[in-house]
Design a binder for this molecule. Structure first.
Ligand code: AMP
Ligand code: MG
Length: 359
C-alpha cells in the first residue's frame, strides 16, 4: 500500500486534505494524525473492522485497548453507560487536553475498540488537525499512538513514516507535537478515581478539581505484585533498540559513573550513547551524546524524550546511559516512560562506585 503524507499547516487552507482524510476514516481505513500529546493512528471507533485494522498495522496485542477521541463533551452520551459527575468537572477544566477518562461503555462501542473490556477510554484532543478530522468524518476516532508496537511513540510525522510506511494509506503531518508524552489516564469507574498512567496532567492538578485521587500501585514499581490496570502499561514499551540504563545520584557522581561505564564498554568495542542535558552534555565521552534539553524546562525534556530514543536507534549504539529526570510536575510521567524504556534498570552512582537496583 502506498502511504501518502499531507502537510497541514492550517486546517482552513488545507480543508480539502482534511476532507480526504475524513473520507478514508469513513471507508473503514486508517489515518495517522497529530495530537498535542503524540501522533495517533485513527479509525472509526464504532466500526469493529476499522478498529481491528489498527491492531494489524501496529502489531499491537489484541488485549491492549484504544483511546476514543471525541470533539465535544456531548459525544460521551452516545458511548458511555453511566457518566460520573466528576467527568463534567474534569472536562470543563482539562478538555480539550491531555486527559483520558475511563467509563463503563455501552453497546455502541465494540469490543474490538476496547480490547475486550467493558470500559472505554475517551479524550478530547487539543489539536486543530485532530479536532477537524473528527468533526469532518462525523466519527469518533479510536487512536492509540501511531508507532509500531513496542517502539517509542511518534512526536513527528517522520517517526510515523519510519514505523508504518506501506501499512496505512495516509499520514497528516502537523509538525512536531506540543507535549510529547501520552495523556494522563484516569479511571472514573472506581469509587475513588484512580490514575492508571501518569502524564502532563498531574495527580495534584486533578485533586484540585475533584478531591482525592489514587495512583494505580501497579504502575509505580515493576516488581510490584499488583498488575497495572491499564493493559498497555504491562508491556515493555517505548523501547529503543539498544539496552538502556538509568544512572541516578548527585550530578558529579552521575557524570563520573557514566564516563567510567562508557570507557568499559568502549574497551569491549561497543558504541555508547548518553542522554545528558544542556548543562552536562560537554562532560560525557560517549560515541553519541545527546542533550534532552535544559533541566530548567521540564516541558522540553518531555517533548524530546521519544525523539531522542529514536535518534539512538539511527546512531547504531549498543548501549545507552541516561541521567535521571525527577522533575516536580511532568517528571513523574517522564520517569515512568524512561523506566519502562530501560526495563527498570537503575544504577545509583556514588562517585565511580555504584549499585544496580530494579525499581
Ligand atoms: P496508547 O494511546 O498507544 O498509549 O494506548 C492507549 C492506552 O490506554 C493503552 O495503554 C491502554 O492500556 C489504555 N487504555 C485504553 N482503554 C482503556 C481501558 N478501558 N481501561 C484501562 N486502560 C485503557
Ligand atoms: Mg502507545
Amino acid at each position: 500500500m502506498e502511504t501518502r503524507i499531507y502537510k497541514i499547516d492550517d486546517c482552513t487552507v488545507c480543508h480539502d486534505k482534511i476532507c480526504q482524510a475524513a473520507e478514508i476514516i469513513q471507508q473503514e481505513e486508517l489515518v495517522a494524525f497529530p495530537t498535542e500529546t503524540v501522533y495517533g493512528l485513527g479509525a472509526d471507533a464504532k466500526n469493529p473492522k476499522a478498529a481491528a485494522k489498527i491492531y494489524a498495522a501496529k502489531g499491537r496485542p489484541s488485549d491492549n485497548p484504544l483511546i476514543v477521541h471525541i470533539a465535544g463533551f456531548e459525544d460521551l452520551f452516545q458511548i458511555v453507560e453511566t457518566l460520573p459527575e466528576q467527568a463534567k468537572v474534569l472536562a470543563d477544566k482539562f478538555w480539550p487536553g491531555p486527559l483520558t477518562m475511563i467509563f463503563k461503555k455501552n453497546q455502541n462501542i465494540p469490543y474490538e475498540t476496547t480490547g475486550g473490556l467493558d470500559t472505554v477510554a475517551v479524550r478530547m484532543p487539543n489539536h486543530p488537525v485532530a479536532l477537524a478530522l473528527i468533526r469532518e468524518s462525523g466519527c469518533m476516532i479510536a487512536a492509540p499512538s501511531a508507532n509500531a508496537s513496542g517502539r517509542p511513540s511518534p512526536t513527528l510525522a517522520e517517526h510515523v513514516k519510519e514505523d508504518l510506511e506501506g501499512k496505512i494509506p495516509l499520514i497528516l503531518d502537523g509538525g512536531e507535537v506540543g507535549i510529547g508524552i501520552e495523556s494522563t489516564i484516569i479511571d472514573l469507574t472506581e469509587e475513588i478515581p484512580m490514575i492508571l498512567r501518569p502524564g502532563y496532567i498531574t495527580k495534584e492538578m486533578l485533586e484540585r478539581v475533584i478531591g482525592t485521587v489514587k495512583i494505580d500501585p501497579g504502575i509505580l514499581q515493576q516488581d510490584s505484585l499488583a498488575r497495572p490496570k491499564a493493559p498497555g502499561m504491562k508491556y515493555r514499551h517505548y523501547a529503543p533498540k539498544a539496552e538502556l540504563m538509568i544512572v541516578d545520584g548527585d550530578r558529579a557522581d552521575v557524570i563520573e559513573k557514566i564516563n567510567a561505564l562508557t570507557a568499559e564498554m568502549q574497551a569491549c568495542g561497543r558504541r555508547v550513547g548518553v542522554i545528558g542535558t544542556d548543562e552536562t552534555k560537554i562532560y560525557y565521552r560517549g560515541d553519541l551524546v545527546l542533550s534532552i534539553g535544559s533541566r530548567a524546562d521540564e516541558d522540553v525534556i518531555a517533548k524530546h524524550l521519544y525523539k531522542i530514543l529514536r535518534e539512538f536507534d539511527a546512531g547504531n549504539v549498543n548501549v545507552i546511559y541516561s541521567e535521571c529526570f525527577h522533575t516536580p510536575n511532568i517528571g513523574q510521567a517522564i520517569m515512568n516512560r524512561l523506566l519502562k524504556a530501560a526495563g527498570h534498570h537503575v544504577l545509583i552512582a556514588k562517585g565511580n562506585q555504584g549499585e544496580t537496583k530494579i525499581v
